[in-house]
Design a binder for this molecule. Structure first.
Ligand code: NAI
Length: 338
């Protein structure tokens, strides 16, 4: 068997972390021939549920789960880490303003960036799930300057998977037949789901491929209701479940890491928030969700796509929001260090 890949999960005893570690144990990240070593990081007051989770992981006896470590020390958590899945974050409390949320999370992700910079594998790859995910990712990246910029990503895959499922049910096909729906920008209500490149495999008949635009009888639905339904799906789930999405978020995190490491299929586009190189006029250094393809453990932004007027306007809004988040987070970090 291969050498285990060292994976660190923060917030491992939380809703998403609890689902994620079992999926990881089942081989969802790197395939069925790749063992992993798991390191779980939690806050001291969640140490017991973390230990309980480990007891359950032991009882699963997953063949691919070589070793499990737990810690409440941020320094210990990232020693030799090859893949960091940063789920733990400060949730928005009652009456908490966006500024405070950005400030509290800024502190957490700065400290994690510094620890990754110091202790992690030099090619450590990072997925930020904890919200505000894009801006948290930007902060981690800034404070881990010795790790390549391309190694820092934030998750918009759940939004992509939601878009696939919503379009699939509209047309009456299976989600796996839907490809190349794009999420641009921030993982927030301003995200821009874009069906312009979407295709449906084996539709209307096996062997045929149809553009999403042609498959929905009312084209306007794709640029209006579809976009809103995707962006509000998280809120709709909270209303029904009375808790936020957990297993679907954990599953999307597995999809994100899997495609990044194993590669996308030929002609397949997925969405990942990455540190912008200025593509599509987005300010360099913002963590922005783009359409990407992946090969040999590296992502590449799909270039040259055209936006219609409505999409362009929406992208301006999400970009502006990300700039504001970045400025608020960096200002509060600068104020803290004075
Ligand atoms: P949760 O509150 O159930 O779990 C979070 C866990 O993180 C808790 O056990 C807590 O003790 C731990 N934690 C907090 N700060 C930590 C730190 N500094 N170090 C280590 N552990 C820490 O929350 P849940 O439902 O698991 O969600 C986690 C995050 O993921 C939230 O910020 C949520 O908004 C975000 N999220 C992101 C999605 C995305 O698509 N990017 C989708 C859904 C949720």
């Amino acid at each position: 068997l291969k050498q285990p890949i060292k994976v660190t999960v923060t917030g491992a005893a939380g809703n998403i972390g609890y689902a994620f570690v079992f999926f990881a144990g089942q081989g969802r990240l790197f395939g069925q021939d790749q063992p992993i070593d798991l390191t779980l990081l939690e806050l001291p007051n969640s140490k017991r549920p973390m230990m309980g989770t480990v007891m359950e992981l032991d009882d699963c006896a997953y063949p691919l789960l070589a070793n499990i470590r737990t810690t409440t020390s941020i320094d210990e958590a990232f020693v030799g880490c090859q893949v960091a899945v940063l789920v733990g974050a400060k949730p928005r409390g009652p009456g908490m303003e966006r500024k405070d949320l950005l400030s509290e999370n800024g502190k957490i992700f700065k400290a994690q960036g510094e620890a990754i910079d110091r202790y992690a594998d030099r090619d450590c790859k990072v997925l930020v799930v904890g919200n505000p995910a894009n801006t948290n990712c930007l902060i981690v990246q800034r404070y881990a300057p010795s790790i390549p910029k391309q190694n820092f990503t934030a998750m918009t895959r759940l939004d992509q998977n939601r878009a696939d499922s919503i379009l699939a049910s509209k047309i009456g096909v299976h989600s796996r037949q839907i490809r190349n729906l794009i999420i641009w920008g921030n993982h927030s209500a301003t995200q821009v789901p874009d069906a312009s490149q979407g295709i449906i495999m084996n539709y209307p008949q096996p062997g045929m491929v149809t553009a999403a635009r042609g498959a929905v009888s009312n084209d306007k639905w794709l640029t209006t209701e579809f976009v809103e339904t995707v962006a509000k799906r998280g809120a709709a789930i909270i209303q029904m479940r009375e808790k936020s999405s957990a297993a679907s978020a954990a599953s999307a995190a597995c999809d994100h890491i899997h495609d990044w490491f194993i590669g996308t299929q030929s002609g397949q586009i997925v969405s990942m928030a990455v540190i912008s190189d200025g593509s599509y006029g987005v300010p360099e250094g913002l963590c922005f969700s783009y359409p990407v393809t992946c090969q040999n453990g590296k992502w590449q932004i799909v270039q040259g796509l055209q936006w219609d007027e409505l999409t362009k306007k929406r992208i301006e809004v999400t970009t502006k929001e990300l700039i504001e988040e970045r400025d608020l987070a960096l200002q509060s970090l600068a104020a803290n260090t004075k």
